[in-house]
Design a binder for this molecule. Structure first.
Ligand code: SER
Length: 320
């Protein structure tokens, strides 16, 4: 059997970020060279049909080893994780999946001489003691969700593998991500995706966060661009080896509703905060990403209204 050389592995390829990032990588590196991997087959036809797919559970290292008879990987994007809200329902399992999954991937990358690894961190690494406005790159980090604790620990381990073993691991602290192609799974910022779907389906939305809860957010095209820009930057420019702060916009549920009302004046929103409110209240309201801007030239494109215009345009097309 011939091996596909210079392959790229995306673990968690069926998730909100993975399903879009896999397609972008296929455009750049060729469909056959980008292997989508997840614990279940993709529901999205474009993802399923455009290139190879493999079942990989990151808690089973043998799944990764089995792939080496068919592929020689030069890059891995390890995106599989349990997010903030779901993590609180089963903290021990979230810790195991997020940490053991990371170790399995980092050790596999070392053993098989993978050139670069990407691993996402999050604004969830910050906590109640962190300055909430313009949160600096280096500051107090006292996360109080198991997701945030696992991301903070993961950042330390990524830097450790870089310093001790020379593994080229790169990472971004994503804000809440918003896209029209796939739904997020179990995060505190998920409302900012659902609200667009409900605006079109029902003209009304019941928000699980209170009206003035301001959180950092980013439209998916910007998140994809940031990820690829970081991965394509020369290694010497990547000075932060834990994870880079990354920002685009910050808004409240009330402000996103107002942005939607520019298109649908009758759209209405009500507020019924649940357990996710406490998580949101422990996170920053805005992020200082000057290190990413200086080191590898990061600059976002979309603000709230530009995102709303694009989201509604695409969702309307998909629904018709
Ligand atoms: N969007 C994620 C969450 O809400 C944060 O990284 O859990």
């Amino acid at each position: 059997m011939t091996k596909t050389k210079n392959a790229i592995l995306v673990i968690g390829a069926c998730g909100q970020l993975g399903s879009e990032l896999t397609l972008e990588l296929r455009k750049i590196y060729g469909d056959d060279h980008v292997v989508a991997a997840d614990i279940q087959y993709p529901k999205q036809a474009e993802l399923r049909e455009s290139g190879p797919f493999e079942i990989v559970d990151v808690l089973t290292p043998q799944h990764l080893t089995d792939l080496t008879s068919r592929y020689k990987f030069k890059q891995i994007y390890h995106l599989a994780a349990i997010l903030s809200a779901t993590g609180e329902k089963n903290p021990k399992f979230a810790w195991r999946l997020n940490m053991d999954g990371l170790f399995n991937v980092l050790d596999f990358a070392l053993e098989h001489k993978v050139e670069k690894v990407y691993w996402p961190s999050s604004i969830a690494v910050f906590g109640p003691g962190t300055p909430r406005q313009n949160t600096p790159q280096d500051t107090i980090m006292d996360p109080n969700t198991v997701y945030g604790i696992s991301k903070q620990a993961g950042e330390r381990w990524c830097e450790y593998y870089f310093q001790k073993y020379g593994l080229d691991v790169r990472s971004l602290r994503y804000p809440g991500l918003i896209g029209y192609k796939a739904l997020p799974g179990g995060g505190t910022t998920d409302y900012a995706v659902d609200i667009y779907h409900q605006a079109l389906a029902k003209g009304t939305y019941k928000c699980f966060l209170s009206e003035h809860t301001r959180l950092p957010m980013m439209y998916m095209p910007d998140a994809l661009k940031a990820t690829l820009d970081l991965m394509h930057a020369p290694a010497e420019l990547v000075k932060v080896r834990s994870s880079y702060n990354l920002a685009a916009m910050s808004f409240t549920p009330q402000e996103i509703a107002t942005s939607i009302q520019r298109h649908y004046p009758d759209f209405s929103i009500t507020y019924e905060p649940d357990a996710r409110q406490q998580i949101a209240d422990s996170w920053p309201q805005s992020i200082n990403d000057s290190a990413a801007r200086q080191d590898w030239g990061w600059k976002p494109t979309y603000d709230l209204d530009a995102m709303t215009d694009d989201m509604l345009l695409h969702l309307k097309r998909i629904n018709n």
